[in-house]
Design a binder for this molecule. Structure first.
Ligand SMILES: Nc1ncnc2c1ncn2[C@@H]1O[C@H](COP(=O)(O)OP(=O)(O)OP(=O)(O)O)[C@@H](O)[C@H]1O
Length: 266
């Protein structure tokens, strides 16, 4: 197995950490460290994840949640570490990944329609200069219908509400037909209806054995939707089941002070 080309050190040995029985993890992050000049954003993070799971990445502001996703996808360089999916560097298989960045990183004034945005999700499969195939058009239609946005297909993306915009980006991710889905703070600035649709879609994806990673900062009721959690505070505080991660000690280590969370969450 190889390390990703962005990393200075390679860690070819794969260790199975958390999963029960003999099930090998599909995605492994090994000793991942990221610096922004002098700022150590992430230090030595290792997690093992299984397909078919909805994984929440939690931690306080500045904990390195977005950094983790971006470094996993090779969007920013890591100082060290390796990220493998099914035994190969994840960055060499980005056509199997759908990534929706934080809404603050998207230019919502860009003059494109809803349909254009969703079809852009197909360019990795079809190439920029290929005509979109009937398969791509069918997948885009199905994705827009799934998130309840087909009737808006000719609208400019700038003319939608925050929740509608997030649903369009969810549709784009669905149209990609990826195996690994990464969403960075998808619930920011959205309505309850959109949040419900998003969790429904995430759960459907896990039933199709996809791996769904969601950066989230809300330790409220919605945390019960996640199969597993990764709790960060510049390094890994804990990962695994809600019961394992949501202990007062771990929350204290991540957030400091006394953290009260939804009582049935664990
Ligand atoms: N491009 C950058 N240049 C310099 N420092 C950065 C950059 N991006 C992030 N950082 C710093 O790295 C650390 C981790 O940031 P990151 O955005 O990953 O945290 P986060 O957990 O996603 O935070 P939030 O919940 O506020 O989005 C923070 O201290 C942040 O200020």
């Amino acid at each position: 197995m190889q390390s990703t080309p962005f990393f200075e050190n390679s860690y070819p040995r794969l260790t199975v950490h958390t999963q029960a029985l003999d099930i090998s993890p599909n995605l492994t992050v090994e000793n991942l460290s990221v610096k922004y000049r002098a700022i150590e954003a992430l230090t030595d993070v290792s997690v093992s994840l299984q397909s078919g799971r909805l994984v929440g990445i939690f931690g306080p502001n500045g904990a390195g949640k977005s950094t983790l996703i971006k470094a996993m996808l090779g969007l920013i360089p890591a100082v060290s570490g390796a990220v493998q999916y099914e035994g190969k560097a994840l960055v060499d298989q980005l056509d199997r990944v759908a990534y929706v960045p934080q809404r603050s990183q998207i230019d919502w004034s860009y003059p494109v329609t809803v349909w254009d945005v969703v079809m852009m999700g197909r360019t990795k499969k079809t190439g920029w200069f290929q005509r979109y195939s009937s398969i791509s058009r069918r997948l885009a239609t199905q994705a827009l219908e799934r998130v309840g946005m087909m009737e808006f297909r000719d609208r400019a993306i700038s003319d939608l509400s925050g929740g509608q915009q997030q649903r369009v980006f969810l549709a784009r991710a669905l149209a990609q037909q990826a195996d690994v889905f990464c969403f960075d703070e998808p619930f920011v600035g959205i309505d309850q209806k959109t949040q419900t649709i998003m969790f429904d879609v995430f759960k459907e994806l896990t039933r199709e054995n996809k791996l769904v990673l969601v950066v989230n900062h809300d330790l409220g009721e919605s945390i019960v939707n996640f199969d597993e959690l990764i709790l960060l505070n510049k390094s890994l505080v804990a990962s695994g089941s809600r019961q394992k991660v949501l202990t007062q000690e771990n929350l204290q280590q991540a957030y400091g002070g006394k953290v009260v969370f939804f009582s049935d969450a664990a």
